[in-house]
Design a protein around this ligand. Structure first.
Ligand code: FES
Ligand code: FES
Length: 164
């Protein structure tokens, strides 16, 4: 099987076709930024982007991503470690506490802002509906997403990655 993860081509043996994608990313590729929490597709902690669409991958198998382009939280920062403005915004707004929901929140918000660079606060809330946070009360998360609207309007309309 062949697909790309954060811009790099990845090959996986056919014997891994039935392995959960979240386990493959964490165990085989060492990309532990993607979290595994509920195991049943309910909380959004395992959300990544597959072909630019947010997907909860705790119930997805490796065979389902043949030929796909995958973006994980590790692919949001620049290769020199500089955080993406959306990541910085989460920190500045106090939108990260335990951090378990954060990678999924950020990737869901990223995909949303690329398609909707001028959202209302209510639209942001609805976009993040499938991502649960037990810590922040959501206000700071919505604040963080709202604060980077100017960045997406100016810089990210044609670019799905901070690195591209
Ligand atoms: S861990 Fe996948 S949705 Fe909760
Ligand atoms: S920061 Fe803890 S679950 Fe969201």
């Amino acid at each position: 099987m062949k697909f790309s993860v954060n811009g790099k081509t990845v090959f996986a043996d056919e014997t891994l076709a039935g392995k959960r994608l979240v386990d493959f990313l964490r165990e085989d590729l060492g990309l532990t930024g993607t979290k595994n929490a509920c195991d049943i597709g309910a909380c959004g902690a395992c959300t990544i982007l597959i072909n630019d669409e947010p997907m909860k991958i705790c119930t997805r198998r490796l065979a389902e991503v043949e030929g796909a382009e995958i973006l994980t939280i590790e692919g949001m920062a620049r290769t020199d470690g500089t955080l993406h403005p959306l990541q910085e915004a989460f920190i500045s707004a106090g939108a990260v506490q335990c951090g378990f929901c954060t990678p999924g929140m950020i990737l869901t918000a990223h995909a949303f802002l690329l398609r909707h660079p001028n959202p209302t606060r209510d639209q942001i809330r609805r976009a993040l509906y499938g991502n649960l946070c037990r810590c922040t009360g959501y206000q700071q998360i919505v604040d963080a997403v709202e604060s980077v609207i100017p960045y997406y309007q100016e810089h990210a309309l044609r670019s799905h990655s901070f690195n591209s």
